[in-house]
Write a protein that binds this ligand. Structure first.
Ligand code: DGL
Length: 274
């Protein structure tokens, strides 16, 4: 089974930030990246809708691409559906993402931490539990960023700038002095792609925390435990979208850190109905 691909899934282009980390950590693996562009963004939809989409995409990736593992590279889908996915596919190595509150507590000096993510993620029981377990150790400023993932999907720079400013101002004052927010948790996989814009508002002293690298390491651990690590492949990526693939193609050309034209890397996108 080690030659089968790893499925990576997001509502849209955000999971490419996780795919970059996965390709870094697992250079011999093949990946199928699925963007549910036809139904994005997920962040302001109901839980039930996101859970239903997540289960349908997982089914599609298993049936059509014979994936050996699934990385749910979407905080919103993880919050809404990871428990159902685990029940649906008990034997499948399954990796989700959640806002990195624990690493933030470990690195923050001021003990003031901002968390930005979608509304579905932040209102989920999973997040509430995580937050409650750490609430005594830091002051968290939690800001749902309605519309921000959608603006990133559309590459709408004016909207991205306006929303970044609005949401980071709502979080409070950033800096390294006592009482200031010195750590920003990027709780949505779209946000690493606008790190430069966020930094304009948060300043240089603030530490940004995302989950790409730990998720990639956890994927390696699970594959290794299952005896399914690829040792010799060329790291090909197939891009699949539930809408016309143009947006995904453009995002991949812009944001994949390993060049899409790498001689050993075949990248081809297709649109598919799931
Ligand atoms: N990239 C996603 C996340 O990590 C979801 C963004 C959205 O579709 O609203 O939550």
């Amino acid at each position: 089974m080690s030659e089968f691909p790893i499925g990576v899934f997001d509502s849209g282009v955000g999971g490419l930030s996780v795919l970059n980390a996965l390709r870094e950590e697992l250079p011999h693996e093949r990946f199928v990246y699925f963007a549910d562009t036809g139904h994005a963004p997920y962040g302001e939809r109901g839980d039930a809708y996101v859970a239903e989409r997540t289960r349908a995409v997982a089914r599609y990736l298993l049936d059509r691409h014979r994936i050996k593992a699934l990385v749910v590279a979407c905080n919103t889908a993880t919050a809404a559906a990871i428990h159902q996915l685990r029940a649906d596919h008990p034997a499948l190595p399954l990796i989700g993402v959640e806002p990195a509150l624990k690493p933030a507590v470990a690195t923050s000096r001021t003990g003031h931490i901002a968390v930005i993510a979608t509304r579905v993620t932040l209102e989920s029981r999973k997040f509430e539990t995580l937050h409650a377990s750490l609430a005594a150790q830091a002051v968290f400023r939690i800001v749902p960023c309605d519309g921000l993932a959608g603006a990133i999907e559309r590459s709408d720079s004016a909207e991205i700038a306006a929303l970044s400013q609005r949401y980071l101002s709502a979080a409070g004052t950033f800096g390294s002095a006592p009482g200031q927010i010195d750590t920003l948790v990027l709780g949505c996989t779209h946000y690493p792609f606008i790190a430069a814009e966020l930094r304009r508002h948060a300043g240089d002293a603030v530490r940004f925390i995302d989950t790409g690298a730990p998720v990639a390491q956890q994927t390696r651990r699970l594959l290794s435990q299952a005896g399914q690590l690829a040792e010799t492949g060329c790291g090909a990526v197939a891009l699949v979208s539930s809408a016309a693939p143009d947006a995904l193609d453009a995002a991949a050309a812009r944001w994949l850190t390993r060049p899409a034209v790498d001689a050993t890397t075949a990248i081809a996108s297709t649109a598919t109905i799931v």
